[in-house]
Design a binder for this molecule. Structure first.
Ligand code: THU
Length: 135
């Protein structure tokens, strides 16, 4: 990777400070590094309806795509959780659209880290979807 992992984690930590999460009180920061060495960040944005809440990961992905960047290499996550968080099912599917083997590095505020591949979290992202539709 072109960007230092510590820098990418720090970017997620900074994004987390802007979380809009009055309903859960659970602030999440995300940062993605793209192939060109750029960093895009996201934070969770909650809504009174609950169902319209957007996770930090999808906000980061959207921010990158607006700038023409979709070659995602590494995603970092920061949250104040007992164990480092992993993306929810919906975010896994969205992330897999662009890189099914994305590296995901997640840290909590006690300094615990997990470092894994999206492949292990969502092994068959395209199975049974559209590609297999009868024409
Ligand atoms: N959340 C994220 O932003 N990313 C995750 O990986 C886990 C969950 C947010 C959604 C909601 O605002 C809050 O955390 C509690 O689920």
């Amino acid at each position: 990777m072109k960007v230092e992992l510590a820098e990418l984690i720090e970017a997620a930590r900074r994004a987390r400070a802007n979380s809009y999460s009055p309903y859960s009180g659970f602030a999440v920061g995300a940062a993605v590094e793209t192939g060109s060495g750029q960093i895009f960040t996201g934070t969770n944005i909650e809504n009174l309806s609950f169902g319209l809440t957007i996770c930090a990961e999808r906000v980061a992905v959207a921010a990158a795509i607006v700038q023409g960047e979709r070659d995602f290499r590494v995603l970092t996550l920061v949250a104040d959780s007992a164990e480092p968080i992993v993306p929810c099912g919906a975010c896994r599917q969205v992330l897999a659209e662009f890189n099914p083997a994305l590296r995901i590095v997640s840290v909590n505020l006690s300094g615990q880290t997990c470092d894994e591949s999206l492949q292990d979290l969502l092994p068959s992202p395209t199975r049974g979807i559209l590609k297999n539709a009868r024409s």
